[in-house]
Design a protein around this ligand. Structure first.
Ligand code: ACO
Ligand code: OAA
Length: 466
């Protein structure tokens, strides 16, 4: 049974597809309209839209800023613009207005696949439109064609000691891609501001295309014999990522990667990685430098590294309480974590106040593909217990699980059990949202970010006696 919302979105998509198909057959007899061509059409309209909003509402206030917000990590502070995705505290993420189930329903799939293709999600994030199957395939082919790494970047990764955390290796490699940045070169050659988005787009496409080769190389160097297969230009992005990691023979793993990249791609503008990418990009650092900075933020345990921390925590729990713990064993373990001053990884969120729909999407995947897996059952048991304890402890504003509470056990099931590597996969995914945002920021001429900071002394002086 399809909800009215999904049915309406489907109709809209079919209308879009029809419009696109007829436009492309009129103007491009052999090739479908490319993402860059569509973007070039959308940018002037969006510039007009922003101009109109600023003329009409530019002087309106969005609310008050409290002193607590300055000390409290700016929670709830309205400070950023990003159209790609919006997070509702109770409902979770929508990509260009579409929920995760709607994306699963509407976005093109691989032949024989059931999960949406990340290529299509990128198109959606950039344009707000669902691409046709043909356009999605064209992105797969384009990314495959751009996938090769410069030799010196391969050597740089090969020289990293295997003891260097995979996220640090990842960041080093992405930073080094700046060597060939089209934007950095164009800037040095005096490109005018109105044209920035063109080379930024090229860099973003290169960035996303090269991430599987970086991730695969790190994985094979640290956990294998360092030898990598060639990518297959006829396959999709997630298949090639799986192939470079050594898992493309498991069709369900490839499907997992498709879902994984889609759900981890973007989480509105204010999360640490997305905001870091935007901030660094605002200095006109190229997309490689901007995304390396974003990766460094993603590598923190309160953000993307939490997926590694969850699995470590679950494994430690298992070694303490055994394979089949009672509810009481789990309760005691969670309390011992809290009493020792640590967070329960995978639980809580800065914005969400209900179970993360990304957790639910992964749970649905597990119910379909690995319902009897003992680790999946354990994670489900923890889900039944942890929120009650976090509520009783009374500190966390959100006692429910986030995306990171589930991803590790899915990867472990398929044999990817090297948990230090997990955040690299998150980093491959998050590039989709950050890249889409960098393209639009430069297209719309977003300025250098520079908010005001205050000293505590200044705050006291402002309010003393008032
Ligand atoms: C992809 C992602 O980034 S999803 C998030 C991944 N991170 C994790 O799963 C780590 C565990 N969770 C947390 O640390 C937090 O919930 C965060 C960082 C995600 C959100 O932080 P905040 O917005 O500050 O949460 P909140 O306002 O609820 O925090 C209030 C208090 O509850 C604590 N708290 C929040 N979540 C948890 C948790 N899971 N376990 C224990 N304590 C928690 C906070 O540490 C804070 O304590 P303090 O007052 O002593 O500083
Ligand atoms: O939104 C946040 O702050 C953290 C998060 O879940 C993400 O970035 O995916």
């Amino acid at each position: 049974m399809v909800s009215p919302l999904v049915a309406a979105a489907r109709l809209q998509t079919r209308a879009n597809a029809f419009r696109l198909a007829s436009r492309s057959s009129r103007f491009y007899s052999t090739k479908p309209q490319s993402l860059k061509e569509r973007l070039a059409e959308l940018i002037p309209k969006e510039k007009e839209n922003v101009k109109a909003i600023r003329t009409e509402y530019g002087a309106k206030a969005l609310g008050q800023v409290t002193v607590d917000q300055l000390y409290g990590g700016m929670r709830g502070l309205p400070a950023l613009i990003w159209d790609g995705s919006v997070l509702d505290a109770n409902e979770g993420i929508r990509f260009r207005g579409k929920t995760i189930p709607e994306c699963q329903d509407l976005l093109p799939k691989a032949d024989g696949g059931a999960e949406p293709l990340p290529e299509a999600l990128f198109w959606l994030l950039v344009t707000g439109e669902v691409p046709t199957a043909e356009q999605t395939k064209a992105i797969s082919a384009e990314w495959a064609a751009r996938a090769e790494l410069p030799k010196f970047v391969e050597e740089l990764i090969d020289r990293c000691p295997p003891t260097l955390h995979p996220m640090s290796q990842f960041s080093v490699a992405v930073t080094a891609l700046n060597h060939d940045s089209a934007f950095a070169k164009a800037y040095q050659n005096g490109i005018p501001k109105a044209e920035y988005w063109g080379p930024i787009y090229e860099d973003c496409m290169d960035l996303i295309a090269k991430l599987p080769a970086i991730a695969g190389r790190i994985y094979r160097n640290v956990y294998g014999d360092g030898k990598l297969p060639a990518i297959d230009a006829t396959k999709d992005y997630a298949w090639n990522l799986s192939h470079l990691l050594g898992f493309s023979d498991k069709e369900a793993f490839v499907e997992l990667m498709r879902l994984y990249i889609v759900i981890h791609s973007d989480h509105e503008g204010g999360n640490v990685s997305a905001h870091t990418g935007k901030l660094v990009g605002s200095a006109l650092s190229d997309p490689f430098l901007s995304y390396a900075a974003a990766l460094d933020g993603l590598a923190g345990p309160l953000h993307g590294l939490a997926n590694q921390e969850v699995l470590l925590w679950v494994m430690k729990m298992r070694s303490k309480v055994g394979e089949n713990p009672s509810d009481q064993d789990i309760k005691d373990y969670i309390w011992s974590t809290l009493k020792s001053g640590q967070v329960v990884p995978g639980y809580g969120h800065a914005v969400l106040r209900k179970t993360d729909p990304r957790y639910m999407a992964q749970r649905a995947f597990a119910l379909k593909h690995l319902p009897e897996d003992p680790l999946f059952k354990l994670v489900g048991q923890i889900y039944n217990i942890a929120p009650g304890i976090l509520l009783e402890a009374g500190k966390a504003k959100n006692p429910w699980p986030n995306v990171d509470a589930h991803s590790g056990i899915l990867l472990t099931y398929y044999g990817l059990d090297q948990m230090q590597f997990y955040t690299v996969l998150f980093g491959v995914s998050r590039a989709f949202g950050v890249a889409a945002q960098l393209i639009w920021d430069r297209a719309l001429g977003a300025p250098l970010e520079r908010p005001k900071s205050y000293s505590s002394e200044a705050i006291k002086k402002m309010f003393v006696g008032k």
